[in-house]
Design a protein around this ligand. Structure first.
Ligand SMILES: Nc1ncnc2c1ncn2[C@@H]1O[C@H](COP(=O)(O)OP(=O)(O)OP(=O)(O)O)[C@@H](O)[C@H]1O
Ligand SMILES: Nc1ccn([C@H]2C[C@H](O)[C@@H](COP(=O)(O)O)O2)c(=O)n1
Length: 235
């Protein structure tokens, strides 16, 4: 298992970070499909750990208890972009981790620093194994370009205006982006980003990271913009 961020990750690694609703997950998955690479959704790992803590009756305000749960976290995560899967102790939690109760609690877990260290070690191992098996991997989250894979040959910050991100998530959750739907979505986007920003920088690109603003791009345009950065890096 890689022990430090400095240890070399296998395969061609494409690291993608950004705020909630910027399109990281859907765009990264499509980029991975286009390139025949694996895909790692690191947010799903924090979500699955949150599900596990709630399942085990762990008090999320008790950082030591959350860390203890992370140390014995029986996670299995698939990295095939056509069949992403998340299992905890043999239970398929792919749908459950998208529920509102997870979205509203995940920051309490993701902001515990020792928990991040445990999941980052696992993420580096998954990135290496997936990269080796598929020739490359697209890994997305909040700290992939900066901490998990700072030496990746392609590092992208995928952004969009708050308005665009709220509208996208509203349409996804409520089928509309009118004022009521946006208001109902705000805490899952804006408040969550605010809490998560306490431990990761994902609004400003670090040195060497390419920013792609998708506010005025459609989904296909966003995928194409990422593929162009990859092509340029390989040229
Ligand atoms: N460029 C785009 N234009 C319009 N809609 C988009 C675009 N990119 C993604 N979407 C849609 O926006 C929604 C949010 O995208 P996605 O879940 O990929 O965001 P995310 O950055 O991974 O969010 P989170 O971090 O909260 O999981 C999805 O319904 C997706 O299909
Ligand atoms: N590398 C990561 C990935 C995710 N998180 C946290 C922040 C989010 O609130 C939560 C769920 O992520 P999402 O599914 O919305 O992408 O996990 C993080 O801190 N670091």
């Amino acid at each position: 298992m890689p022990e430090s961020p400095e240890e070399h990750l296998s395969g061609f690694v494409i690291a993608v970070d950004g705020p909630s609703g910027s399109g990281k997950s859907s765009v990264s998955k499509q980029v991975a499909r286009s390139l025949g690479y694996g895909f790692l959704d690191t947010g799903a790992m924090y979500r699955a750990l949150t599900w596990w803590c709630l399942q085990q009756g762990v008090d999320l305000t008790d950082a030591d208890a959350v860390e203890a749960a992370a140390q014995r976290f029986p996670l299995t995560i698939g990295t095939d972009p056509d069949a992403p899967s998340v299992e905890v102790d043999g239970t398929d939690v792919s749908a459950a981790i998208r529920e509102t109760r997870i979205s509203t609690n995940v920051s309490a877990v993701a902001t515990v620093i020792p928990v991040r260290e445990i999941l980052r070690r696992l993420q580096r191992r998954l990135i290496s194994d997936t990269g080796r098996a598929n020739g490359g991997v697209v890994a997305e989250g909040r700290d992939i370009t900066t901490v998990v894979a700072p030496d990746a040959p392609v590092r992208i910050l995928l952004t969009a205006s708050e308005e665009a991100r709220l509208a996208r998530r509203s349409r996804e959750l409520h089928g509309a982006a009118d004022a009521d739907a946006v208001a109902a979505t705000r805490s899952q986007v804006v408040d969550r980003d605010k809490a998560d920003s306490a431990v990761s920088e994902f609004t400003v690109a670090a040195d060497g990271v390419t920013t792609i603003d998708t506010s005025d791009l459609d989904f296909e345009g966003s995928v194409e913009a990422v593929l162009q950065v990859v092509e340029a890096a390989r040229a």
